[in-house]
Every structure is written in C-alpha cells, then in structure tokens.
Design a protein around this ligand. Structure first.
Ligand SMILES: Cc1cc2nc3c(=O)[nH]c(=O)nc-3n(C[C@H](O)[C@H](O)[C@H](O)COP(=O)(O)OP(=O)(O)OC[C@H]3O[C@@H](n4cnc5c(N)ncnc54)[C@H](O)[C@@H]3O)c2cc1C
Length: 466
C-alpha cells in the first residue's frame, strides 16, 4: 500500500472522531479551543507489589534486582522492548574502571561486577588496560546486544514482573505518597500499585509528574546519535593513517559533519565493527517530545552523511559501511530531581567522604558543550584516588516513598559531568533498590532511613562500601 493511500484511509477516520472500542469520547474545553477535556475513567490494577521501578536501564534493573534479592515483590516498567537504556538502546558500550586511580583498591563491585563476570563468561566483554597495566582495568567494552540477554536473565531469575513496551504516564498520589503508577501499553491504560517507587527514567518523569521539585540546566549536555560501523579494519588497512575521529569532521569532504566530538569502541564478537559516538545534536532538550523527534531526525541525518562519506571516499563507492543504528538517540542530560543534597564538583575534586556514601567513582568531570564542539574536563588531583556518591543526592525533597537513581540525580554541572557514567548510575540503582526495601522493612519515609543499615546491606550484596 502506498503511503498516499494509507494517509487517505487514515485521516477521514480520525477526523470523523472514530475511537477505539472501550474508549470514551473526549470533549472540547469550554474556554480553551486548544485543549481537549478527557473524561474521568476507571483504570484497572494489573499488578500489586512492594516496589515498582520505572525505567529499565541497567540502573533500573539493578534497583529491581537488589530489592528482589532481599525478598521484595518487584515490578519494572520499561518503554523499550528490552532492558539496558542508553547502553542497549543507544549502543553506548563502555563501562569505566572498577578500581581507584592508583589501581591499588577495587572501589566498584556489586551488580556491576556481577554483570561484567556474566559477560566475560560468554566472551561479550573486552577489558582494556592503560599502557602500563597495573591491577585494575581502565575500562570495559561490552557487546550490548549480549547485555540485553544478561539483563533479561537477571530480571527473570529474581522473579521480577517485567512490563516491557510500556510507558509510565502518571503517578497516583495520596497524602504525598505515590500509591500507583499509571502505565500505557498494548493492552491500554493500566495501573501498578506499589508501596515504594524508584524513578530510573533518566528524565525524572515520575518526580516531575508528581509535582515534586525538578530542575533543568540552561545548557543541557547534547545528545549524540551513535552507530555501529562495519569494515573498519578493512578501511584502516587500505588507508594508512585513517582516523575516523578526524575524517568525519574534515571539511575537505562535503559529507563531513563539521562540528562535534567523537570517540569509538570495539564491539566484542563483531570483528571489524566499531561503535562510533560522533553525531552530536546541539541545543535540544530531549525531555521535550517535539525536540526529541527533531533531534532523532537530525542525528540520523548526520550518521547517514558519515556513512555516505565512508562509502564514497573509503570504500570506492561500493557497499554499506553501516552495521546497526541505535533504537534511540543517546540522551546525556535532561531533568534532575531536587534532592536532600546537591552533589558538587568541589566535593568530587576534594575527595569528600560522605557518611551516607553508596557508591564510588573515578570518571573525571566531562561536560560536553551544549551549543558547539568542545568538552570541559576536570581531573581528580593525585591525592584523590576516587570520589563518592551520597545517598542524599537520590532522595527527592518532600518525597515519602520515591527515590531517583541514574542521570536524574541531583548534582551541579561539574559533578554531573562525572557521576553520569554507567558504573556510577549502576551503583545508584543498586543502592536505590536496597533503600526502597529498607524503607518498607522499617516502615519509615525514604528521608529517614538508617544509612548505616543501608551501607551494611549494600556491602552484604557485594557492593564496595568504603
Ligand atoms: C552518546 C553518549 C555516550 C556516553 N558515553 C558513555 C560511556 O562511554 N560510558 C559510560 O559509562 N557512560 C556514557 N554515557 C552516559 C551514560 O550512558 C548515561 O548517563 C547513563 O546510561 C544513564 O543511565 P540512566 O539509567 O540514568 O538513564 P537511561 O539509560 O536513559 O535509562 C532510562 C530508561 O528509562 C526508560 N524510560 C524513560 N522514560 C520512561 C517512561 N516514561 N516510561 C517507561 N520507561 C521510561 C528509558 O527507555 C530507558 O531505558 C554516554 C551517554 C551518551 C548519550
């Protein structure tokens, strides 16, 4: 069927006000013609549990698994048809070091290490060392397609109820407590009742829709449209000195994307393939639906241009240098929850030790410019081998039974530039899951948790709590 015919068939139905079976007709708003008034409706409860995690990246899955392993009945809601968030949907496949910068002590363990071990068993991870390897690796390159399998296994093994292809649309809030998550999926609109919630949407969708305090920086770090290129070994062999990170910005090629910053990673098990994170889209807010759509189109246009450049100038005008596109543009930053503590760059760079520390990291401050090429870096001084992430930066102000984890953490621009990487988000996820369980177990609001018990329980789960 041509798209013209499809359009002609679709529009008369829509304009005639045809609604799907079971739906009630909306009405025009009496005062505002730009607004449609939806009728009130009853929504059936599909599931009841102790903890409902919204967002199924590694952060969200780790929160769910941590709580389930303590005995909680857990559900997880994920928009995609698979878990993993930016790692799987946007093909971002580097996890940073588990060791401190001196490579004397391991500082990250828990579910992050467990997943790396699982991937290692099936040859789906490559450990990279600095030129003079010490005890700890510099970073890990993952096959994130295999990561999808492992995250499925973790969820199924822990008997967590998964809701894939499911969008969280709004919270039900009673006396300041969230009591249910309203979801939309193929079956329609449904509700999940829970006693605790973790917002691992990256965009603080839950916190924002609860009406709790959120903020967005003026200069949001830009999203990047990644891709996996093939035949890169052949191109490098046949073109001595070839450097993909230079070529794609080189103005001598008309298809060059000119401005940006790029980096690559190998893909374990896929010989000659390279993950390229190069097509930045500037000045967009990906928590705005229309801007997200435009950013996706623009990011894909840039990747298409890179592929055309490679085909024309390095493959003799033959073949397709593209192996995979991501399911989604990679979003670095949108909303943050205002929490009990705003983590600062100064705290990171001075190695401040927190009594409620739930995670440790070494990744430097790395702030991508919002409007053009360029990155602001900030490195830990020699006497600071790692920094810490406090639990209080995951506890939204005025929240009773909701926590955040992942890139929606409360952090200033510099601190966020560092803690946003996955080994850090993973630790936040595991901590949020344990904290949600403890809040239930001790029947206290999330801001009154016994942090000593939180840290001890995390330690029991293999997390490295220093
Ligand atoms: C291009 C790029 C390169 C990067 N490079 C690296 C790197 O090399 N190493 C590194 O460690 N980090 C890197 N990062 C940063 C890191 O990947 C992210 O900060 C991190 O993955 C964020 O994790 P998250 O769980 O907070 O959010 P996300 O990974 O964005 O996960 C949020 C999840 O929630 C789901 N979701 C959102 N809204 C809803 C909703 N309403 N209903 C249901 N589900 C919902 C999403 O589908 C998604 O699965 C990079 C990021 C980008 C964009």
């Amino acid at each position: 069927m041509s798209s013209e015919i499809a359009r002609r068939e679709f529009f008369p139905l829509a304009m005639a006000g045809v609604v799907s079976a079971g739906a009630a007709a909306a009405q025009d708003h009496p005062d505002n013609p730009k607004v449609v008034r939806e009728p009130p409706r009853d929504t059936s409860v599909v599931h009841e549990c102790d903890l409902c995690v919204i967002g199924g990246s590694c952060t969200g899955v780790f929160a769910a698994v941590a709580a389930a392993r303590l005995g909680a009945k857990v559900a997880i809601v994920e928009l995609n048809g698979f878990f993993g968030g930016v790692a799987t949907a946007s093909l971002v496949n580097i996890w940073h070091s588990l060791w401190d910068l001196r490579r004397e002590n391991k500082i990250v363990g828990g579910l992050t290490e467990e997943v790396i071990d699982r991937l290692r068993r099936v040859d789906a991870v490559t450990e990279r060392f600095r030129p003079a390897p010490g005890k700890g690796s510099n970073h890990f390159e993952l096959n994130t397609e295999v990561l999808k399998f492992e995250l499925d296994h973790l969820v199924v093994e822990a008997d967590i109820r998964p809701f894939l292809h499911t969008m969280f649309v709004c919270p039900v809030v009673e006396d300041g407590r969230m009591t249910a998550a309203i979801i939309e999926d193929k079956s329609g609109r449904r509700a999940i009742r829970a006693r605790q919630f973790v917002d691992a949407t990256g965009d603080a969708d839950v916190i924002a829709r609860m009406g709790l305090d959120v903020y967005k920086r003026q200069d949001l770090q830009p999203p990047t449209y990644t891709c996996i290129l093939r035949d890169m070994d052949k191109i490098a062999r046949e073109n001595p000195g070839f450097n993909i990170n230079r070529v794609i910005f080189d103005a001598q090629y008309e298809q060059a994307i000119r401005e940006g910053h790029s980096w690559t990673a190998s893909v374990p098990g896929a010989q000659g393939h390279l993950m390229l994170a190069g097509a930045r889209v500037f000045g967009v807010d990906c928590s705005d639906a229309d801007q997200l759509t435009q950013a996706s189109l623009e990011g894909r246009r840039k990747v298409a241009s890179i592929c055309e450049l490679l085909r024309e100038h390095f493959l003799g005008g033959k073949g397709v240098p593209l192996a995979w596109l991501p399911a989604k543009i990679g979003v670095r930053e949108t909303r943050h929850a205002h929490c009990l503590h705003t983590l600062t760059a100064e705290e990171l760079l001075t190695g401040h030790r927190f009594e409620d520390a739930i995670g440790n990291g070494t990744y430097p401050i790395d702030v991508h410019r919002a409007d053009r090429a360029g990155i602001t870096w900030g490195h830990l001084p020699e006497d600071v081998p790692f920094y810490q992430i406090p639990f209080s930066s995951l506890v939204p102000r005025a929240a009773k039974n909701v926590l955040v984890a992942g890139r929606n953490i409360d952090a200033d621009e510099g601190a966020f530039g560092a803690v946003r990487v996955m080994v850090n988000c993973n630790q936040m996820g595991q901590a949020a899951g344990v904290a949600a369980w403890l809040a239930l177990d001790s029947n206290v609001p999330v801001d009154s948790l016994d942090v000593k018990k939180l840290r001890a329980t995390l330690r029991d789960q293999g997390a490295l709590i220093v």
